[in-house]
Design a protein around this ligand. Structure first.
Ligand code: XMP
Length: 507
């Protein structure tokens, strides 16, 4: 498949470059900046993008690409730090400049191929401390801002381009068009990245594998789509396992079993494992430790099942691209935020190969596939839920009481959102509980109860998120129901932190 390969120099938003290119139906993939020229050539990219990054190119430890990459004859676009790498490599000069952060006006000096169709002027989002003082021979300035005389440069002969601003962020007006101009017009990448093509290609690839596959399903859209794609490819050689770990949403285990029985003809076994998960978590407060314990326990359950029902060669999981990036296994320099259990926690002794057909997809792409496969609407629109379940939603030790409060209050939040027509407008919504307590008064009696926090966020891909400005009447209704219907709760608060600096889940 035609593709653009993005070299990651450490910007938290490098992945967004891929996301925006895929919006133009061109496949894009993120790799470490450390990739050798030979390895990169093997990927057969139509174009290469150097991402931004926090370093200054003159630092000793500044990440630099393999120099031979510049000579491959493949079009290159450098963004921010990537722009400065290009200037430096071809003999220009980069200097420390006045920092320029936020929105700037980009004056378009030459509507070259890269900036064609964008008119004379656009808003561009800047975030840099260094800038190109002298551009290399063969390049021309195609755009500038007040603070940056060389904000966009081009060598149209060699097809090498540099832009100081970030086309991947929403604050850059028409940034997607610039990326499309690069991918489609300059690199001639075919716009063949459609979910229908993805299904055909993936099913075809999976049908080549040998041996049986064990697929862990959670009832969520990712693992359900994973299992259905594998079933299409290898039929009866797939067995699915659903582990009821006691950490699911209210009544979810029953709903999941009903859905699998009524909607799909998957070969599914349910393992009741609530007691073993909760006993392993007893006394554990640290979030990363909880994740590790749950990840390991899942693997133990899978392995026991595999020994009794095997042989299996593969373990399939519904891992998505953001999970891979945030777990720090994309081989890029981005920091580990959380070890998502289905990415970071597979032990060496696991005698199964891992099959992750959705590993390169974003959530909205999986939703498109789910629609094509005819999955029930309720499942397609169901909010994402973390693999380690309520254990990472509940702050501190997981106890029966906190589990009960979390399940009941989250159900009230979901019900009220649905009734008010908000459920499908938001990315995720739940209520959580920790160990804080507050005094309340019921009738004439003092009551010392738990504090519940409602979290509702908007997001497009879970990498960034903003808290949802819900109507106060709706919040009031949720709060009243939670304190009236759940015996142990005295206070309800609403979380107004965005990601970053917070994350969507509390742990
Ligand atoms: P955070 O809390 O990191 O969450 O902002 C981003 C998205 O990922 C979900 N999440 C997980 N999903 N395994 C998963 O499959 C995990 O370990 C995990 N942790 C968080 C979270 O619900 C949100 O949608």
């Amino acid at each position: 498949m035609d593709k653009i390969v993005v070299l990651d120099f450490g910007s938290q938003y490098s992945h967004l470059i891929c996301r925006r290119i895929r919006d133009s139906s061109v496949y894009a993939e993120l790799v470490s900046y450390k990739i050798s020229s030979d390895e990169l050539e093997k990927l057969e990219p139509n174009g290469i993008i150097f991402s931004g990054g926090p370093a200054s190119i003159y630092n000793d430890s500044a990440p630099k690409p393999d120099k031979a990459i510049f000579e491959l004859g493949i079009p290159i676009l450098g963004i921010c730090y990537g722009h400065q790498l290009i200037v430096d490599n071809f003999g220009g000069k980069v200097k420390r400049a006045n920092q320029e952060y936020g929105s700037s006006s980009l004056i378009i000096d030459k509507s070259t191929d890269l900036l064609s169709g964008l008119g004379d002027y656009m808003r561009a989002w800047m975030s840099h401390g260094d800038e190109a003082e002298k551009i290399p021979e063969g390049f021309q300035v195609i755009g500038h801002t007040n603070a940056s005389a060389t904000a966009a440069i081009a060598d149209t002969q060699r097809k090498i381009y540099g832009i100081q601003f970030h086309p991947e962020v929403v604050h850059t007006e028409r940034g997607t068009e610039i990326l499309k101009n690069f991918a489609v017009d300059i690199c001639h990448a075919k716009q063949e990245w459609t979910m229908q093509n993805f299904i055909e290609k993936t099913v075809n690839e999976i049908s080549q594998i040998e041996g049986n596959v064990l697929c862990a399903v959670s009832g969520g859209i990712d693992s359900t789509v994973t299992s259905l794609l594998i079933q299409k490819a290898i039929g009866d050689r797939l067995k699915c396992i659903f582990v009821d770990n006691g950490l699911l949403r209210y009544n979810e285990e029953k709903e999941i079993q009903n859905m699998f029985e009524n909607s799909f003809s998957l070969n599914l076994t349910t393992v009741a494992a609530k007691e073993r998960f909760l006993s392993k978590l007893k006394g554990v407060k640290d979030p990363e430790e909880k994740r590790k314990i749950i990840g390991e326990e899942f693997i133990r359950v899978f392995t026991e099942f595999a020994e009794k029902n095997g042989p299996f060669t593969w373990l399939a999981q519904g891992t998505l691209y953001p999970d891979v990036i945030e777990s720090g296994v994309s081989k890029g320099p981005a920091a580990v935020i959380k070890t998502h259990h289905n990415v970071g926690g597979l032990p060496d002794w696991l005698n199964l190969k891992v099959l992750e057909p959705l590993r390169f997809l974003y959530k909205d792409e999986v939703r498109k596939i789910a629609k094509i496969l005819g999955l029930p609407e309720k499942l397609v629109t169901r909010h994402p839920f973390p693999g380690p379940g309520l254990a990472v939603r509940i702050i501190g030790e997981v106890t029966d009481k906190k589990l009960q409060i979390c399940k009941l209050s989250s159900r009230i939040v979901e019900d009220e959102l649905t009734a008010a027509g908000w459920y499908e407008k938001v990315w995720q919504a739940y209520a959580t509980v920790g160990d804080d307590r507050a005094v309340g008064v019921v009738g004439d009696e003092r009551k010392y109860g738990n504090v519940v926090m409602i979290r509702v966020v908007n997001s497009v891909d879970a990498m960034t998120a903003d808290w949802t400005r819900l109507p106060t009447e709706l919040l009031e209704k949720m709060s009243n129901r939670i304190t009236n219907e759940i015996e142990d709760v005295t206070w309800v608060s609403y979380v107004i932190s965005s990601k970053p600096p917070a994350t969507i889940e509390p742990q």
